[in-house]
Write a protein that binds this ligand. Structure first.
Ligand code: IDP
Ligand code: MG
Length: 149
């Protein structure tokens, strides 16, 4: 089963949307296997957004993600990465479809509420910035046989 790394960004927490956003992921049947409330450190932010280092928005992005608490989650399930990215929507809320998190809750690209890793490999690398692998909980929801055939 795939693992996906998700972060509810500072704007989602400040706006009181933690519950609503987690509900959207949870209700698919995808399973939460780790979750923590944390303020991202400068070091974690630089590792997380390393690929964007040369982009003009990089310093603003690091400032944003470290500015206020976040919620980090690891989600497990079949096609967890693609499914989560679909629920999250396009990077710019203006391009994100209605029904997606960014399409329903956002206005600007710089305040797009949620992060979700774009590949299985990046999910593994990113979750390791925020979690020790021992923090991932192995459990079986009682609904499993009704989510998977
Ligand atoms: P993604 O989050 O949909 O994977 P990426 O292109 O990987 O999008 O960009 C990472 C994050 O950087 C975005 O979610 C957003 O917070 C921020 N970002 C990307 N482009 C811009 C921009 O043009 N202005 C401000 N922030 C941006
Ligand atoms: Mg990305």
């Amino acid at each position: 089963m795939e693992h996906e790394f998700v972060m509810l960004k500072p704007d989602a927490v400040q706006r009181g949307l933690i519950g609503q956003l987690i509900t959207r992921l949870e209700r698919t049947g995808l399973k939460i296997v780790a979750m923590k409330f944390l303020k991202v450190s400068q070091d974690q932010a630089e590792k997380h957004y390393e690929v964007h280092k040369e982009r003009p928005f990089y310093s603003g992005l690091v400032k944003y993600i470290t500015s206020s608490p976040t919620v980090a989650l690891v989600i497990e399930g079949e096609n967890a990465v693609a499914l989560t990215r679909k629920i999250v929507g396009a990077t710019n809320p203006l391009d994100a479809s209605p029904g997606t998190i960014r399409g329903d809750f956002g206005i600007q690209i710089g305040r797009n509420l949620i992060h979700a890793s774009d590949s299985v490999e990046n999910a593994l690398a990113e979750l390791k910035i925020y979690f020790d692998e021992s923090e991932l909980v192995n459990w079986k929801p009682v609904t499993n046989n009704w989510v998977y055939e």
